[in-house]
Ligand binder design. Sequence first.
Ligand SMILES: Nc1nc2c(ncn2[C@@H]2O[C@H](COP(=O)(O)OP(=O)(O)OP(=O)(O)O)[C@@H](O)[C@H]2O)c(=O)[nH]1
Ligand SMILES: [Mg+2]
Length: 327
Amino acid sequence: MKEDDIDVIQIMIDNQYSLVARLTIMDDGSILIVGVGGVGCKWSENAHSKCHNLAELLLIDSDSDSFNSSKIANIMHLDNSGDAKGFAALPNLASFRFIEGFSNISNLILRSELIILLTALGGGTGSGASIELARKARESGSMVLSIVGLPFIEQPLRSEIAKRALPELEKNSDLCVRISLERLAWHARESKSDWISGSSWIADLVEGIVTTLAKVGKLNLDLMDLRTIVDKPGESTMIVGNGDIFNPSKIVLSATKSPLFEVNIAGAKGCLIQVEGGPDMTLSHLNVVSEEFISLLDDNCQVILGARASNEMTGKLRLVAVVSGIN
Ligand SMILES: Nc1nc2c(ncn2[C@@H]2O[C@H](COP(=O)(O)OP(=O)(O)OP(=O)(O)O)[C@@H](O)[C@H]2O)c(=O)[nH]1
Ligand SMILES: [Mg+2]
């Protein structure tokens, strides 16, 4: 899509959705992707590898194996003194260690406007430290989007730990997306990847959110837009769908097949949508994808729409949506 086309699309969108275009470009380092615990670290490292120019990475774990593969991550090791490989179902100890070591990462948190926190609950580290991280981040004025894996049904002890941790994490996050590990594993099989690496779904979602908010573009959406949507009463969630440019309807279908946990977006009252494509994306692609997605939501849903074209997306389309006001 050429710059001129973007101008045309801008006018069309203004007419249809009363979008207020903004040119805000976030400062370097203002988006931070944080992985907490073994699985959270893997998910965030994978996600960050797709948008490393636009966000910083922080890995937090008690098991130092989580830090071995990244050369660019900021690291918070919750057990520097010993050779412990985890907190083996002790979230309180993980919280305590996190608070004790927080001053080492406080600057990083302080300069982050948006924190995307990834963790899988049920173990010690993720279930304890993620809550404290979210709390500290909110206290220092950051917006916190949490993406949280919930244990497999056949893991009763882990599920119990997760059940206790989840409400606290939700309370300390602006938006908390619950991922079913069963559905993620199913999704991973379909995309020929594995759930421990986040399937491809989590990396796509995080990359989508980061590029939506950080990328220089005429239709750039920003944190104010995101805030408008997530502040609506009710539940909120995030969704991503991918496909090729020849079949835009399929993108919406792929978005509805997400590994999310029991979420029904039918009555959603707010939605921020970003459609991404390559230079070959046209207004009609943009319309088909956004209209089809919006038709799944409440008739009076407030919609904020953005679009972005980049060379890497040639031949492809991606829809990223933050949906809120779900009852
Ligand atoms: N089935 C299965 N589930 C796993 C496996 N590893 C992690 N999980 C799931 O992912 C959740 C989080 O695991 P981790 O990220 O390893 O936990 P952690 O936060 O590092 O916790 P600690 O190691 O106890 O400090 C667990 O509660 C399980 O539900 C695995 O190898 N198999
Ligand atoms: Mg661990």
